[in-house]
Design a protein around this ligand. Structure first.
Ligand code: FES
Length: 97
């Protein structure tokens, strides 16, 4: 499809991946293969991913530069949730407490 400027727009394929489950702070969370950990946590209603200076943190840039989405994934701390796709059985820990 092109507009009057002659530029072409392309849509990415739609749809979601297979339904899978991950564990977030000890609770099972349903999500879809192919989405990011950040998307899965936000869709699950996780209110904060971490705290710094006493302030709650959530994803900001969603492109890997700010580290506001840092969580522990399968034991690896400060994993940027916005860059990592979920996988079945993955364990995610926020620093909520
Ligand atoms: S939201 Fe900025 S690095 Fe993930």
């Amino acid at each position: 499809m092109s507009d009057s400027s002659g530029l072409h727009a392309t849509r990415l394929p739609g749809g979601r991946g297979e339904p899978i489950e991950i564990t977030v702070d000890g609770e099972r969370v349903a999500c879809f293969a192919g989405e990011t950990v950040a998307a899965a946590l936000l869709a699950a209603g996780v209110p904060e991913f971490s705290r710094r200076g006493g302030e709650p943190r959530l994803p900001l840039c969603n492109m890997g530069t700010c580290f506001e989405c840092g969580v522990t994934v399968d034991g690896v701390p400060l994993t940027r949730a916005c860059l990592l796709a979920v996988s079945a059985g993955m364990t995610v820990e926020t620093s909520r407490a």
